[in-house]
Write a protein of this length. Sequence first.
Length: 343
Amino acid sequence: MASLHRRHLLIGAGALALGACNEGVPTIATARTPAMDMERLNREVSAIATRVKPGVLGVGLMNLDSGEIFVFNGDRPMPLQSVFKAPLGAAVLAEVDAGRMSLDDPFLLAPMDLSPPWSPVADAWPVRRDYTTRELLVAAVARSDNTAADVLMAKIGGPGAVTAWLTGKRIEAMRIDRYERELQTEMVGLAPFRPAWKGDAAFQAALATVPLAQQRQAMTRYLRDPRDTATSRGVLEFLEHLNAGELLSKASSRLLLDIMTSSPTGAGRIKAGLPQGSAVAHKTGTGPTNQGITSSINDAGIVTLPDERRYSMSVFLAGATLSPQACDATIAEVTRALVRGVR
């Protein structure tokens, strides 16, 4: 892909900007947008990363016109949490494009289909059991519903099938290994999920039976686990391919981006750091806070600035000794620094 030959890479902190043009490659038209201020980006993002230690910050920014990239901790795997639901949505729509699924296919949910919070779909069961592919897709991607995500993932072959699909699309630094019903219990030291734990109150009651030391050990293991992670560079690659229409049909690409744009989640994250008049098609990820450690707070998406310039952006924060609200504010602060760096 041509844009791969015209990216400028910056890997913070103290990184070196590298021109990625290869000898013998035909000249590519000059980008319509100004170059990033790499020195400023590295300085400001590094300063924020220092302030949030021992939390680890992973940041990615790509100019979707020129292909220019800035990354901070760009090759460090970071916990995905629900950001994985964007590539899951793409994998589901690829099945629709192939004719193996329809957006109108019906699903009848049984007790064993339910997953831990956050899940309004589980909360509504058994009063409501019937859904379509489209309804589950919107619930999973726009509203981050864990049950909707797990049901769709099972339908297309499980976590390994999603990772294999990504790898087939040359997105190798993003891996999905577990269902939400597995990951969300393992990371807090709980036994495998059971339907009786559906809903936040029941799940928190079950968690209260787990000794605090066991919960802390489980969190430590989670933050070191290579499963269900992505690098900032990998997230940018997924967003770039999605934006370019290289993953899905035109109609499916538009649908997924529309769903991501309609998402009400993460109002205090990337959205809060963008200038007025911007738009973002994004997916958030939010892990639990346990004994003063916020496991993972993330946001990633395609940003359109008021002047119509478009960038893919990802900000991940893992293992911070900050409240979830302070983590949100950190992502907004990073976003403001990224916007300053492209003006």
